[in-house]
Design a protein around this ligand. Structure first.
Ligand SMILES: [Zn+2]
Length: 667
């Protein structure tokens, strides 16, 4: 059995003080949680600032205490072992558990910095001649120095940061992380996970209710133990938390409203092995098309065991969302630039403000700062929705098609591909979140997730292994392009991402003997590339009624007149369908329209289904509205309209029977 952890966010709409029985409304509760958050944030910031130097980060990164023993896994215990304990502010009584909470937050921030320090050291140690484009040798040197699990987006961002530093400092590289950036700010949240039942308890009281008890300060500053009190908070759990889930100690946040309770819960699922699978779903990352998939299986054919696919392309097309994200990012940059411009003007203005310019500028700056935060929140929510929608779709496809494993490209080995200057590229961060979401949802569905090496998946033909030619479209084979793959050896013509996803299925299914499982995270990864070709077999068609009757030996058509039976029954042979899908296709399938479904038969409607009369208010209402002035309800941008995805259809088996023995390479 494996443990799965998820988090739900509940809202605390009020509490009861245990001793007095006083009802505490949501606003007062938020104030008191805010007091606790401010106390711990202050202590955490002081601890992180005191240890923000390369030597202390190296000490923490060595994972060995001063006594030679390994440091404990719990952050606050590790800091206490190192003698970096927190100090309570002057005149404040702090329970030891509150100090633990602050120390845990500091330890997490410092441990993240330890990871970033290693990445910066690796990049600085293998600084390329041209930081915009590394050669293969420079990539290899960098990979040799990096810690495990660093993906391409992180490398790119750090490289940009270091490049900006060298530009500002006359070509000098930074010596360490602490020279490159200031100590991180810590968020105003209370990590109760570091405390025990002397500060917090959580108990489930029903299928959808739980009770949180927590000790909070009554006033600022809480100078004595009597200034702390226990509060009971009733929480309503959402319906998707299973009744047998175990609740963990939550984290409290105050973000301008009632207290948010981030409540982790755990559940056990049967662990799925990374190897021994026959049917698999392979997923390829696209530039704007987020995911392109293929289902493949190991099958016994006349030439031995090989990977067979049904030739059906599964696609999660997020071009609409991607374009929206691109617009939002541009908007964010503009707003940030103007906000920073106002900030610079404010610094230059004299403190005395006879004309009221300063007040005016401050108001403008505040508006832009709020707008910037709003756009950032919007981007974050959109990324989150996109990642989970894509993962849900992928896992549903795998379940419907009987796949027991999902193969995705390893983001750590995924090189930056596609037009770098092109707009609307989905960020690497979204991909990381999609992989995390797929891992979680697949584990709940009893499906394994295995990463395969990403290099060269779209280089070779999935049918014969020859080098593919990439063209912009199937009818422009003489031009170099991106979207379409043509094989000069076997004549394959296919969508680039679809061809790559077939190679990914083959790499995953054929290299199952080389799957390694990380003992810490339980993640499965294929470390060795085993290339194999993919054959295509058509799914059997359901026979028509006439064909079924013919197979039974019955007379086709209507029942005949009994007085004049036909001299001999006309038996049509069952229609023969070739089992192989043609590899050569002249044109791509036409793109589906934005709104799914077919137009009903008949003349195309010419009338406007959304008449705009009466939309305008006021005296102008008498005039006919100007054309194109108002949006129709159907053209409002929405997430569900901006994403197009292949329907999830539970289809049966296809091609030769599935295989159970060891696969052979290029059979
Ligand atoms: Zn080929």
């Amino acid at each position: 059995m494996a443990e799965l952890t998820a988090t739900v966010t509940c809202t605390a709409f009020g509490a009861v003080e245990e001793v007095t029985g006083e009802l505490v409304p949501a606003r007062l509760l938020a104030e008191r949680v805010g007091l606790l958050a401010a106390l711990t944030q202050h202590m955490t910031a002081a601890m992180v600032a005191a240890r923000w130097n390369d030597g202390d980060l190296a000490t923490l990164g060595s994972k060995v205490g001063p006594d030679g023993r390994a440091l404990p896994a719990k952050g606050w215990m590790a800091l206490r072992r190192l003698g970096w304990a927190s100090v309570a502010p002057e005149g404040v009584y702090l329970p030891d558990r509150v100090r633990r909470v602050a120390e845990e937050a500091a330890a997490r921030a410092l441990r993240l910095a330890v990871h970033r320090r290693a990445v910066v050291h690796a990049i600085v140690g293998s600084w390329p001649a041209d930081p915009r484009r590394r050669t293969d040798g420079e990539w290899a040197a960098l990979r040799g120095r990096l810690p495990q699990g660093v993906d391409n987006a992180e490398i790119r961002n750090r490289t940009r940061q270091i490049r900006a530093y060298t530009t500002d400092h006359g070509g000098r590289l930074p010596a360490c992380l602490t020279e490159l950036e200031a100590a991180p700010r810590t968020g105003g949240m209370v990590l109760l996970a570091a405390a025990d039942k002397q500060l917090v308890t959580i108990q489930r009281t029903g299928p959808d209710t739980a009770v949180l008890r927590v000790k909070l300060p009554l006033i600022e500053p809480p100078a004595a133990p009597a200034r702390w009190a226990w509060y009971t908070i009733q929480l309503a759990l959402p319906g998707h938390v299973p009744t047998d889930a175990r609740l963990c100690v939550p984290t409290l946040r105050v973000v301008g409203g009632p207290v948010r309770v981030d409540l982790p819960w755990r559940t056990s699922v049967p662990s799925v092995a990374g190897a021994g699978h026959t049917v698999a779903l392979g997923l390829d990352w696209g530039v704007n098309t987020l995911l392109t998939g293929t289902v493949g299986k190991l099958a016994d054919t006349s030439t031995g065991t090989r990977v067979v696919s049904d030739g059906r392309m599964l696609r999660f097309d997020a071009t609409g969302v991607s374009a929206k994200l691109h617009r939002l990012r541009g908007n964010r940059e503009q707003v940030a630039a103007r906000r920073d411009h106002y900030a610079r003007l404010l610094v230059r203005l004299p403190a005395s403000d006879p004309n009221g310019q300063r007040v005016l500028l401050q108001a403008k700056h505040a508006v832009l700062a709020a707008e910037h935060q709003r756009i950032c929140d919007r981007i974050r929510r959109l990324n989150h929705a996109l990642a989970w929608a894509a993962a849900r779709w992928a896992v549903d496809q795998a379940s419907a098609l009987g796949a027991t494993v999902i193969f995705v490209e390893d983001l750590a080995t995924l090189e930056a591909r596609g037009r770098r200057s092109g707009n609307a590229r989905l960020s690497g961060q979204v991909r990381g979140r999609v992989v995390e979401a797929i891992r979680y949802l697949a584990a709940r569905a009893g499906i394994a997730t295995v990463t395969v090496p990403a290099r060269g998946t779209s280089k070779l033909c999935p049918r014969c292994g020859a080098v593919l030619l990439h063209t912009p479209a199937p009818d422009r084979t003489r031009e170099r392009g991106w979207k379409w793959a043509v094989c000069c050896s076997c004549g394959l013509a296919n969508d680039r991402d679809h061809a790559a996803s077939e190679r990914i299925v083959a790499r995953g299914l054929l290299a199952q003997a080389h799957v390694r499982t990380d003992p810490k995270t339980g993640h499965h990864a294929t470390t060795i590339v085993v290339e194999g070709n993919v054959a295509r077999a058509r799914r059997p068609k359901r026979r028509t009624r006439a064909a079924r009757r013919a197979a039974r030996g019955a007379v086709p058509g209507r029942p005949r007149n009994h007085r004049h039976p036909p001299s001999r029954p006309r038996i049509r042979p069952a229609p023969h369908t070739p089992r192989r899908v043609p590899d050569r296709r002249a044109v791509p399938a036409p793109a589906t329209s934005m709104i799914a479904g077919k137009r009903p038969a008949g003349q195309a409607p010419q009338t406007d289904p959304y008449p705009r009369v009466g939309v305008e208010s006021g005296p102008a209402c008498d005039r006919p509205p100007r054309p194109g002035r108002f949006r129709r309800p159907g053209t409002v941008w929405g997430f569900h309209r901006a994403v197009r995805a292949t329907d999830v259809l539970p289809l049966g088996d296809y091609g030769p029977p599935s295989h159970t023995a060891t696969p052979t390479r290029n059979a």
